[in-house]
Design a binder for this molecule. Structure first.
Ligand SMILES: [Zn+2]
Ligand SMILES: [Zn+2]
Length: 278
């Protein structure tokens, strides 16, 4: 069904049916978030048994404000997914292929997927790193981003990931759509497939959720949960979301344990553990 057909179908609904449809869609998004926390993250945690130690006390209890922000983020995600859908199916603008039954197009999409994903992450993180860095600018930090940093040792997965001020969350989400738009301007018309958009959103959600767990998951030179975990305690470094490439370029990358203060803390933790064992 293209966007015209969807618009035509929904325009025939009476107001209560439209509201019911919108609520059902939000419900599906809620289920999607639960799917990450109950299926995707546990599956990764099964394969990666190493855990990141708690190096600072975690935010154990969520306040009403936390819960309202998390709820808002989930509802906004429904709107975001709808807008991605509208963009993708509007092929005159998106220049994407949406035919899932065209085997040739699907195989071409899969062949190009590694290149497209790499570019999407590179594009996304360029803007996200700068945006995140700007959120740490002292005059605005307490107004927006400080809320997310109340959690010093994330462990809830996507609930900790989306526990953001709405301005921050909306900007971060729609940057995915902007990156998709840019990719379709770079690549030849028709080369990017709707599958790429679906997988990009799914992989992005998985990595952002993993960033807020204790699962010590990393892909060499690409992604490392430890980098974002470290950022929660050391907010002057590691502003990237999925990769640390732009931090490396901008000189803001810092590996866990390389600051003198970190080494002292680690040595103290080792001594305390040794004392407990003896
Ligand atoms: Zn975070
Ligand atoms: Zn931050």
């Amino acid at each position: 069904m293209d966007s015209d057909l969807l618009t035509q179908a929904t325009s025939e609904l009476v107001p209560w049916q439209k509201t019911a449809l919108e609520l059902a869609f939000v419900g599906i998004i809620y289920i999607g978030f639960a799917f990450y926390n109950r299926v995707v993250i546990p599956a990764v945690a099964c394969c990666v048994t190493k855990r990141i130690p708690y190096r600072a006390p975690p935010l154990e209890k969520l306040t009403t404000k936390d819960r309202v922000y998390i709820m808002f983020s989930k509802v906004i995600t429904a709107l975001f997914v709808y807008h991605v859908y509208c963009f993708v199916v509007n092929t005159k603008v998106s220049r994407m292929t949406v035919d899932f039954f065209n085997v040739e197009a699907v195989l071409r999409a899969l062949k190009w997927f590694p290149v497209h994903l790499f570019l999407l992450i590179l594009l996304y993180d360029f803007f996200y790193t700068l945006f995140h860095w700007a959120l740490h600018w002292p005059p605005i930090y307490p107004l927006i981003h400080k809320h997310h940093h109340r959690q010093m040792s994330p462990f809830r997965g996507n609930d900790d990931a989306i526990n953001d001020n709405p301005i921050e969350y909306v900007s971060g989400e729609y940057l995915h759509l902007f990156s998709l738009f840019l990719l379709t301007r770079i690549m030849p018309a028709g080369q990017v497939h709707a599958i790429t958009a679906v997988l990009f959103i799914f992989i992005g959600g998985t990595l952002a959720s993993l960033n807020h767990t204790r699962v010590d998951f990393h892909i060499p030179y690409m992604f490392n949960v430890n980098s974002h975990d470290y950022h929660h305690r050391q907010p002057r470094v590691n502003f990237g979301q999925y990769i640390m490439f732009w931090d490396w370029v901008f000189g803001t990358y810092q590996a866990e344990g390389t600051l003198p203060a970190d080494k002292i803390t680690a040595a103290r933790a080792r001594r305390a553990a040794a004392r407990q064992e003896s």
